[in-house]
Design a protein around this ligand. Structure first.
Ligand code: AHR
Length: 379
């Protein structure tokens, strides 16, 4: 921050302020549109950096966050792989809008870690006021976060965690291990209530290296080991519907007749797994042979829980942006935000058969999905 403040003072003394320069508001267009029409950060970034470098220096003179002028935020988003991601992106674009005093530079990194590092480096060159990162993978961050620190640009991490550096102001997201533990605890209670003595599970993991995958896998495995369940296989479905379908098609061939549980690490994978099981003649859900669960709890998945096609879903809340807005306002006011901020999340099930579970010593409700519960879902 010191270096940035010094730059701001120098700039203020040497040049007049220029309003509305930098970033380019068209960058805040929806992720899907961007990725369809342009390559991610790698191709667009160098041109932006070269063209806009002088203007960014001028923008420094305005001390935007402190003066109430436009706040320039760069957001390096994971990609557009899932409904959850779309909800998170839309929330960010709403919160960091011009109406709310922001200029958002949004980069859809299309699940490419190198592109994401490059996007962050371009934000540094553009001298953003704040950088938001949803890290595709949890490692490989210390060098670029050091560069952000040296440039005096506060970084807020959202959703997934960074494990090899603490050079960020705040992280806002979910406890993925708790989500995995909740899934396991619910399955243990459900199996007991239903008189199911043997669990043979197939896991469709999220993207390899993502903290969401690591935490959910660890949490579920901890309960599986305690209960003596068999995890027949655990493969990467990349958090996509196509990935879930592909993995499940292969599972249906390799483990035909051997499994009674499918754990999908997000909703979209569950949709793909259902398509594969339909094609293979495997029944699932409340009236089927296979218990199927998902993580995320987007509205379409909650509808499937209501319909009895999905036995349960474990929420991952995508609406971090309003909390990031609060963090930025705290920073602008010279306050110190909390280092870790956890999103509130709920566990939802189709049958009213397990009313609560205990996770890490804390009793937590299992919400029985009704029409009213579905109607009240925010995303
Ligand atoms: O990091 C959060 C995970 O990423 C969500 O569970 C998944 O849907 C998304 O792609």
């Amino acid at each position: 921050m010191k270096r940035k403040l010094a730059l701001m003072m120098v700039a203020a003394m040497t040049m007049a302020s220029v309003v509305g320069c930098g970033g380019g508001s068209d960058e805040a267009a929806p992720a899907a549109a961007e990725t369809e029409t342009e390559a991610p950060a790698e191709t667009e970034a160098p041109a932006e950096t070269e063209a806009e470098a002088p203007a960014e220096t001028e923008a420094e003179a305005e001390a935007p966050a402190a003066s109430g002028d436009v706040i320039r935020v760069g957001f390096a988003q994971v990609g557009h792989e899932s409904d959850w991601r779309t909800a998170a992106t839309q929330s960010a674009q709403t919160v960091f809008s011009a109406e709310n005093g922001y200029e958002l530079s949004f980069v859809d990194c299309d699940n490419d870690s190198a592109a994401q590092l490059e996007a962050v480096r371009n934000f540094i060159q553009q001298d953003m006021d704040y950088i938001i990162i949803d890290p595709i993978v949890s490692t490989g961050w210390d060098a670029v976060l050091t560069e952000c620190e040296d440039a005096g640009i506060p970084v807020v991490v959202i959703d997934r965690t960074i494990d090899d550096s603490d050079k960020y102001v705040s992280w806002v997201g979910s406890d993925f291990k708790v989500e995995g533990l909740a899934c396991g605890e619910w399955l243990a209670a459900y199996a007991e209530a239903k008189g199911i003595s043997e669990i043979n599970a197939l896991v469709i993991e999220g993207s390899t290296g993502a903290s969401a995958t690591i935490g959910r896998t660890e949490g579920f495995k901890e309960i599986a080991d305690r209960e003596g369940w068999t995890i027949l296989d655990s493969q990467d479905g990349d958090f996509t519907e196509a990935g879930g379908q592909e993995v499940m098609e292969s599972y249906c061939q390799s483990y035909a007749g051997q499994f009674n549980v499918v754990i999908c690490q997000n909703d979209n994978e569950a949709y793909g797994a259902m398509t594969a099981m339909d094609a293979a003649g495997v029944t699932y859900g409340v009236d089927g042979d296979v218990i199927i669960v998902s993580f995320d709890s987007n509205k379409p998945a909650v509808q499937l829980v209501l319909d009895g096609k999905l036995n349960a879903t474990f929420e991952c809340n995508p609406l971090a942006a309003p909390t990031v807005d609060e963090v930025i306002k705290q920073l602008a006011a010279g306050e110190t935000p909390e280092k870790e901020i956890y999103m509130a999340e709920a566990w939802l099930a189709s049958e009213d058969i397990v009313s609560s579970i205990t996770v890490n010593g804390e009793e937590q409700p299992i919400i029985h999905v009704t029409d009213e519960v579905l109607a009240n879902r925010a995303y």
